[in-house]
Design a protein around this ligand. Structure first.
Ligand code: ASP
Length: 317
């Protein structure tokens, strides 16, 4: 009799344990995660095929999502994906960068870790293949946020970054998406399984910009922002407007102080506020629940997203 009671107890404990661990597994699986990327906002060129751009975006979004699915961090996912886009001549970042008015390349990038509000950025780089890696280096290895020009390059070369020649960035002009438009940039935002948000942006800037001109992309709060409690944002467009409106942080502020959801906050800034000012561009954003938003007020923005909630798409219009 006693033996039977003990046995029943043991069985009860075992079953409870199995149920609890099963529920634990489910809730771990249900933690939302996802990634959104962009390849710049600009003017649609009628009759031009964008198939190659869409293919590259698809490759990048799948790669980023796989990293997150395997348990990689949001920082790892966005850095990897941005490197893929920087290495493609199709986008205005890294290899496909546009030139300034003197025909020189001056590349900008930034990255932000939403967990600790750490950030790193570089501007005016001429000989660094992957500016996003340089931004990550500034974030991880220095006590500063933004280092520009020669100072940044000297530091990077001393720390193992290889020098690439100007020729490296001279992509075939016919491959560039925005020959008759000034915009184009790449960026990524992600939420990983651990609830960490991250954002990154990389650009060659605006075609025929003045020498030394810096846009919004390397400015934390303008082109890039991430805060685990709210969202991660990466912008593209006419940088001067994005700087003056502190766009990336404005998204966070509207969510934080006005309780707007991500869609409302980003639509208001891109489709209302910036339109009234004549500021062309768009942004990508993901929040702490893996809700995503990709508003733009131009007639083209390369973008792609993938979440474990079933969102998946690659678009340009
Ligand atoms: N925002 C970038 C800049 O102003 C350009 C772009 O996104 O196309 O440098």
């Amino acid at each position: 009799m006693i033996n039977f009671a003990v046995m029943m107890k043991v069985i009860f404990i075992l079953i409870s344990f199995l149920i609890l661990s099963f529920m634990g597994r489910i809730s771990a699986q249900e933690k939302p995660f996802g990634i959104v990327i962009h390849g710049g906002a600009g003017n649609l060129i009628e009759g031009k095929s964008y198939d190659a751009h869409l293919k590259k975006l698809e490759e990048a979004i799948d790669l980023g999502y796989d990293i997150l699915e395997r348990g990689g961090t949001s920082l790892e996912a966005i850095e990897t994906v941005i490197v893929v886009l920087e290495n493609s001549p199709l986008f205005n970042a890294g290899k496909g960068s546009v030139t300034n008015i003197k025909g020189e390349f001056e590349l900008d990038a930034s990255i932000m870790d939403g967990k600790e509000l750490k950030a790193g950025a570089v501007a005016g780089l001429r000989n660094i293949k992957n500016p996003i890696k340089a931004a990550k280096f500034i974030m991880d290895k220095t006590k500063h946020v933004l280092i520009v020009g020669d100072g940044a390059e000297d530091l990077l070369f001393r720390n193992g970054f290889k020098k690439v020649d100007k020729k490296y960035f001279m992509a075939d002009a016919s491959l560039k998406p925005f020959q008759d438009s000034k915009y184009g940039t790449v960026g990524a935002v992600a939420l990983d399984k651990f609830g960490n948000l991250a954002a990154g942006t990389s650009t060659g800037g605006i075609q025929d910009k003045m020498k030394g001109r810096v846009g919004d992309s390397p400015i934390i709060g303008s082109g890039t922002y991430a805060d685990n409690q709210y969202a991660a944002v990466s912008c593209t467009g006419h940088g001067e407007f994005f700087i003056r409106n502190a766009v990336a942080y404005d998204v966070i502020a509207l969510v934080k102080y006005k309780n707007l959801n991500l869609q409302q906050a980003t639509n208001f800034i891109i489709l209302d506020k910036l339109v009234k000012q004549g500021g062309a561009g768009g942004l990508i954003a993901i929040d702490k629940d893996a809700n995503i938003a990709t508003p733009f007020n131009t007639n083209l923005m390369f973008r792609a997203y993938k979440t474990n909630k079933g969102d998946y798409g690659v678009f340009y219009k």
